[in-house]
Ligand binder design. Structure first.
Ligand SMILES: [Zn+2]
Length: 307
């Protein structure tokens, strides 16, 4: 199939300075996952103390958001992450407590774009951290026949950028979880749009992808040059602000110890290169910087910030 395994060579760069992008935070819909799975080895008696009374529901699930960034530069629009989309069944809406619109359908990235008067056909590129359904499900949407097995492209004019390793693992279904790399969001139309890259590299002027493995082997963070400095959209190495402590891995990471090492590396680099971090699943305040207490270089911690 055309494009599936193309490793498209890096185009020659004809600019001297990175292009600055204006980032807008989008919320593509809240959902819930089992908190025990989200905190891996952390005992329940510990993580329950991290939540105010009543936040964890009767099914033991914690609130999460599917955050996304819309990037604009000289009229060009790029999306980082696309959320779950609209193809889940009513049973799955309940299972994940997916946020529903007043019309009773799941909130998606199209609702978030509509609210800021952006059109899906104007998006020229989509970059996903990894291809699990809660990050890439929104690549496709229900067509006019409403058949989730025959979706259409959500962003008909966009190329889709992924690490080659992530794409290969997604197609092969290499994951600790069932039903997370779903055929209906990695369908043939998506395969024709995919641009596969390997390692840390600038995929568009001023936008660099950086592998941060652990949750999956091929997941990446996305670093964006903005007028206020680098903004880095994090992947599931640190999905919420509660995942900043070193050992707070997911139960479903493919390599938990790698996650610990990569989280520490990310913290150190974020502090030294003055990155602003956007956390992919943080339901409250997803934008943070990493700082150390005065005179204590080992005391790196998150501090709320703005874009
Ligand atoms: Zn994931």
């Amino acid at each position: 199939m055309k494009g599936v395994f193309d490793r498209i060579p890096w185009p020659s760069r004809d600019i001297l300075h990175p292009m600055p992008w204006s980032p807008t935070l989008l919320r593509c819909g809240s959902f819930r996952l089992d908190a025990g799975c989200m905190f891996g080895l952390i005992p329940r008696v510990v993580w329950t103390r991290w939540f105010p009374q009543g936040v964890i529901d009767d099914a033991n699930r914690m609130p999460l958001q599917t955050n996304s960034l819309l990037l604009e530069s000289t009229g060009r629009l790029v999306l980082v992450e696309v959320g779950i989309g609209d193809k889940m069944s009513p049973k799955e809406h309940q299972m994940y407590a997916q946020e529903l619109t007043p019309a009773g359908r799941p909130r998606t990235i199209l609702d978030a774009l509509h609210e800021i008067n952006a059109r899906p056909e104007d998006i020229s590129a989509v970059i996903c951290t990894h291809l699990h359904f809660d990050h890439a499900g929104g690549l496709t949407r229900l067509g006019t026949d409403n058949d989730p097995a025959r979706p259409v492209l959500t962003f008909p004019n966009a190329e889709i950028i992924s690490q080659a390793r992530e794409w290969d693992d997604a197609l092969a279904g290499r994951s600790t979880m069932n039903k997370t790399y779903l055929p209906n969001h990695l369908n043939p139309e998506v395969r024709e749009r995919i641009r596969l890259v390997e390692g840390e590299r600038e995929v568009l002027p001023g936008i660099t992808v950086i592998p941060v493995p652990g949750h999956t082997w091929g997941q990446q963070v996305i670093k964006i040059e903005t007028p206020r400095g680098p903004v880095v959209f994090c992947n599931d190495v640190m999905p919420t602000a509660l995942h900043a402590p070193p050992t707070t891995n997911h139960a479903y990471d493919v390599e938990p110890y790698t996650s610990i090492l990569e989280r520490a590396k990310l913290f150190a680099r974020a502090a030294s290169e003055k990155w602003t971090l956007v956390l992919d699943h943080e339901p409250n305040h997803p934008v943070h910087r990493v700082e150390a207490e005065a005179g204590k270089p080992d005391s790196l911690h998150l501090v709320q910030a703005g874009l």
